[in-house]
Design a protein around this ligand. Structure first.
Ligand SMILES: Cc1cc2nc3c(=O)[nH]c(=O)nc-3n(C[C@H](O)[C@H](O)[C@H](O)COP(=O)(O)OP(=O)(O)OC[C@H]3O[C@@H](n4cnc5c(N)ncnc54)[C@H](O)[C@@H]3O)c2cc1C
Length: 270
């Protein structure tokens, strides 16, 4: 079996917001308005700012001297957060457990998920992810691995047995549904530690909510690691949208916390 730990989780950012400045300027021209960009903002940050400004048409003379960061900070302070829903990112998250994704997909609002299927994919060679609390102690690890090996063997044995037994679905007639049936039955012995891969798309408001309620749960190692991966990935993408979150270290693992900092202090890489 391929044993991993939750430190092997990997996050790949595959889609990011694109701001069509030319098109936006055409809109402004059609409305006889102008916009002075007051900061070096990323596409995501610009989209949020212009969405907010369109609400009040605060362009031209009505534009306050606030920077993009200050503007976004004020939107958040005021609770005008639907504006943050205009920007979203898509990721592939891999090296996480099925138990993690069971919790993850509970986030209903502003998230979309597509996950590897255990009905279409034979799980005989699936990797398993050892909890850190187990892997840091040899006696725990030994007992844990024995149980995991046992369930993997039972999974493979069940598939073999069902393959050769008569079934209400004839494999020669409908291989796909036959496989679905036997894999569904066999997977019931798989542990929650089985590795999975999930594609997810989420908007900035939903991600902020996720980080706030999930990132700082001291006893949830996997949530902490994934939350930190998301925050690390998004901070350069949109510092004004996420720099009120910080990553602390506790017990050798990251802990995401929301701190109140003025967005005006956002540090941008040149
Ligand atoms: C510490 C902790 C312990 C937990 N323990 C358990 C547990 O024991 N059992 C369990 O089943 N789950 C548990 N959960 C999961 C939790 O109940 C939520 O399902 C999950 O965190 C998703 O959060 P959410 O509903 O805020 O997110 P989303 O579904 O993304 O919703 C975002 C926000 O939209 C609003 N919203 C969404 N849907 C509705 C609605 N139908 N009506 C009104 N407002 C809505 C709410 O303001 C909500 O916060 C736990 C979560 C945490 C953080």
């Amino acid at each position: 079996l391929n044993f991993k730990t939750i430190r092997d989780a990997r996050l790949f950012l595959i889609v990011r917001p694109a701001f069509d400045v030319d098109s936006f300027v055409r809109f402004l021209t059609s409305a006889a308005e102008t916009w002075s960009r007051t900061d070096i903002a990323t596409p995501a940050e610009n989209i949020v700012e212009v969405a907010g400004r369109v609400c009040y048409m605060s362009f031209g003379d009505r534009q306050s001297p606030r920077t993009n960061s200050q503007y976004i900070s004020r939107l958040i302070e005021q609770g005008h957060e639907s504006v943050l829903e205009h920007v979203s990112w898509s990721f592939i998250l891999t090296g996480v457990t099925r138990s993690f994704t069971h919790q993850f997909v509970r986030h209903r609002v502003g998230f979309a998920f597509s996950q590897v299927s255990q009905q279409y994919r034979d799980q005989s060679d699936a990797a398993v992810i050892e909890p850190l609390r187990v892997s840091e102690e040899a006696s725990l690890s030994k007992a844990w691995r024995a149980a995991i090996e046992q369930s993997a063997q039972t999974y493979r044995a069940l598939l073999r047995l069902m393959e050769s037994m008569p079934d209400t679905i004839a494999p020669s007639q409908n291989r796909r549904e036959f496989d679905r049936r036997i894999r569904s039955a066999a997977r019931s012995v798989l542990p929650e530690a089985v590795e999975t891969t999930i594609v997810f798309t989420a908007n900035a408001r939903a991600i902020r909510h996720f980080l706030e309620i999930r990132g700082g749960i001291l006893g949830d190692d996997e949530m902490r690691i994934v939350s930190a991966l998301i925050l690390e990935t998004l901070l350069p993408e949109a510092p004004a949208l996420f720099s009120d979150f910080t990553i602390e270290q506790a017990g050798g693992l990251p802990l995401v916390k929301r701190v109140q900092v003025a967005h005006a202090e956002v540090n941008r890489k040149p």
